[in-house]
Design a protein around this ligand. Structure first.
Ligand code: SF4
Length: 728
């Protein structure tokens, strides 16, 4: 096996292999990459999360490494409306530095913003946060994970004092007597996870799925609750109401390990099952059966995912299910608990080490004086020089180019033109910027708008760590060099910092440069310019020490010796933490906190002009904004285009036939795609996947209302009408 040394990939070289992980979702399936005769291939690897399984995306992940559309040279645009043209690295980087300098001189430091991604390694996410706070000294940094699991993160923090997607290993799913999945469709989004569900069911366990669509996961369930989109919280409240009424609340657990139950008990008293049925459409009998399956199980697990979370009341909805789990005494009990199925590959680690607007490494708060002092010490800068909190992703994107907002944006590993809600408006904001820089390895829709595009390395070409949905820190291992002309994100950040320092515009530029662009001198060792990921990880360990997400005891060597290391892990010779909450919760009094929450309507309700509910989601063969997977031939064949899923009764009413192009129109915009008729969806709801841009962009339609706590946009419900193309 290789370990990220220097490689050659020419035909005739001896074959090499690297044990690594899939570049896509948060399951981070183990795979072996092999290069032979210049060709790189993937095989599945036994690993505790995927147990030798991969989905279509994983099997084809190597197809992009030598893709003909891969970017291998920087691109610059000479004037607005002009074409992108190839440029040298010197020209492209100097253009960025002069643009940043002009914007900050004219409008202040916060006029430059940074937007990251949940696919970046821990090292890159950490370096990006430090670059923003120390080199640019801007408060404006956030990332696309805000659109993924931020509602579950906020609900977890306020209930448990910690946000780790699953507070237990995935293997626990196989032991649960009852497994409740809310707004989760792992059979399509992370198929190897279903091996645990199959094991659970083979042991006699019950699977219950809450989803407005009859998804591939719902089809395997013992019981499927099909609520109206946006009513999951009413379902949660009714389930807890039944548990209270039937005496299934674990009083001893509630008394010993929690606070705030009485207020929650009072808040669900009015949620008798018939009321929830009237609102959600879920029959009383199904609510009662679900509550009984949870309340009488020896071991029960409740999991939420984007279906429950991507709402303007996403935090409260998750809190509703957390309340239910706490009342039943599940969190911290073996084989039981509450968890969130994180989506993006490093959605978990990416939100722990500084990409979030309000956060410093180790899941520290940027407005906490002690946290600022600790991190500033590691970074070698005065704490008072660190900027304060920025704003969540959508607010940031929606302010770009306005009088109050940033005038320049640097994007790393994200494609908001496709993935942001109300995307037509966000696309306009990006066009209004004085400077848009995109760092990517393919020309995404966002990169196509940029003034400067920098080509970057892919997953198989650089070492690093990822943190999967279980909080397990993993090693991503390089197998090959980036193509000639391509640099890693860390090298780009280091070079930009160097050039900013050379300009000498701000004391922090000089200070950061003097201490090494990304590293303190003792960590820098032989690494060139802070581009060495192992050295960056060493600094991350120190920056995270003592924080909620403590990586101080995690080393690359330790990960290599095991199947990953679960945080928190404060000591190199101490244990890691596969299971949280066994004895106490990481809150000041050690108790979990109930939060009384109340159902409220969606931000936009249906009306005569927009009589249907619109919801969005994923398909098996595509991933996120599709920049990568739409370019993989096998995935394109499997899922070639967007579609609009309609119930046959609705299609009949509209006079729409299967395959006919239809227009979905909301107050914000429209999309056009072929109709796909399916009885799997409610007749009052239409669905479209969000992986495509252009006319088929589902996010042209979605609502930009956001959750007041997490900043999560309401991707999962808005009001629309559906028209046959040609009608108006
Ligand atoms: Fe990759 Fe996720 Fe598929 Fe596993 S389930 S192969 S991590 S995309």
């Amino acid at each position: 096996m290789t370990d990220g040394a220097r490689f050659a990939t020419a035909p005739g070289d001896a074959p090499r292999e690297a044990a690594t992980h899939c570049p896509y979702c948060a399951l981070q399936c183990g795979m072996t990459l092999r290069v032979e005769n210049g060709r790189t291939t993937v095989t599945a690897r036994q690993f505790p999360t995927n147990r030798g399984g991969l989905c279509q995306k994983g099997w084809t992940a190597a197809d992009l490494l030598d893709h003909p559309e891969r970017l291998t040279t920087p691109l610059v645009r000479d004037r607005p409306g002009g074409e992108l043209r190839p440029a040298s690295w010197d020209e492209a980087l100097n253009r960025i530095v002069s643009g940043v300098r002009a914007v900050q001189t004219g409008h202040g430091r916060d006029a430059v913003a940074v937007f990251g991604g949940g696919g970046l390694t821990n090292e890159k996410a950490y370096a990006l946060g430090k670059f923003a706070r120390v080199a640019l000294r801007t408060r404006h940094i956030d990332y696309n994970g805000r659109f993924c699991m931020s509602s579950a993160a906020a609900a977890g923090m306020r209930a448990f004092g910690v946000d780790r997607g699953l507070p237990f290993p995935l293997a626990d799913l196989g032991r649960a007597d009852t497994l409740l999945l809310v707004g989760a469709n792992p059979a399509e989004t992370m198929p190897p996870l279903m091996r645990w569900v199959t094991e659970q069911r083979q042991r006699g366990g019950k699977l219950i799925v809450v989803d407005p669509r009859v998804t591939a996961t719902a089809r395997q369930a013992d019981l499927h609750l099909q609520p109206l989109p946006g009513t999951d919280l009413a379902v949660a409240s009714a389930l807890l109401h039944i548990a209270v009424t039937e005496g299934w609340v674990d009083r001893a657990y509630v008394d010993a390990r929690t606070t705030g139950f009485e207020a929650v008990r009072r808040s669900v008293a009015g949620w008798w099952p018939a009321r929830a049925e009237a609102l959600s459409g879920v029959p009383v009998a199904d609510l009662e059966a679900t509550a009984r399956a949870l309340g009488t199980a020896g071991r029960a697990i409740i999991l939420t995912a984007r279906g429950a979370e991507q709402h303007a009341k996403g935090v409260d909805t998750v809190s509703g299910f957390v309340n239910l789990a706490l009342a039943l005494g599940l969190p911290g009990r073996p084989g039981s608990g509450y968890g969130c199925l994180t989506g993006q590959g490093n959605g978990q680690g990416g939100r722990e080490h500084g990409q979030k607007a309000d956060q410093l490494p180790g899941y520290r708060r940027i407005d906490d004086p002690a946290a600022r002092a600790h991190v500033a010490r590691v970074w070698g800068v005065p704490a008072e020089d660190l900027p304060g909190p920025g704003v969540p992703a959508y607010r940031l994107l929606d302010s770009l180019g306005t009088d109050e907002g940033p005038k320049a944006l640097l994007v790393f590993g994200s494609n908001p033109v496709v993935s942001a809600p109300r995307a037509t408006r966000i696309e306009g904001r990006l066009r209004d910027l004085d400077l848009l820089v995109v760092v990517d390895f393919l020309l995404s829709e966002t990169a196509a708008l940029a003034d400067v595009v920098l080509p970057t390395a892919q997953w198989a070409e650089e070492d690093g760590t990822m943190t999967n949905l279980e909080g397990r820190v993993l090693r991503r291992r390089a197998l090959r060099e980036p193509p000639a002309g391509v640099r890693t994100d860390l090298a780009i950040l280091a070079d930009l910092t160097h050039r900013l320092a050379a300009q000498g515009r701000a004391p922090s530029y000089r200070l950061m440069h003097r201490k090494g662009p990304l590293l303190t001198p003792e960590d820098r060792g032989g690494a060139a310019d802070g581009a060495d990921p192992r050295a960056v990880f060493e600094e991350l360990r120190r920056a995270s020490a003592g924080g909620t997400a403590d990586y101080a005891g995690v080393t690359w060597a330790r990960i290599d010796e095991s199947d990953g290391v679960f945080w928190p892990c404060p000591d190199t010779d101490g244990p890691d933490t596969p299971r949280l909450f066994a004895d106490r919760f990481p809150t000041p009094d050690g108790r979990a906190r109930f939060h009384a929450v109340e159902h409220r309507p969606a931000a936009e309700e249906v009306c005569a002009a927009y009589p249907l509910h619109f919801t969005t989601g994923r398909v098996l063969a595509q991933y996120q904004s599709g920049t990568q997977t739409r370019r993989v031939p096998a995935l394109r064949r499997a899922a070639p285009e967007a579609f609009v899923e309609l119930h046959p009764d609705l299609a009949d009413r509209l006079g729409v036939s299967d395959g006919e192009p239809v227009r979905v129109v909301s107050r914000r915009g429209e999309m056009v795609a072929p109709a796909r008729l399916s009885p799997a969806i409610r007749p009052d709801t239409v669905f479209a996947p969000f992986h495509w841009g252009g006319a088929a962009r589902a996010n042209s339609v979605t609502n930009d209302a956001v959750d007041p706590v997490s900043g999560m946009p309401e991707f999962k419900i808005c009001a629309v009408r559906v028209e046959r193309v040609g009608e108006s």
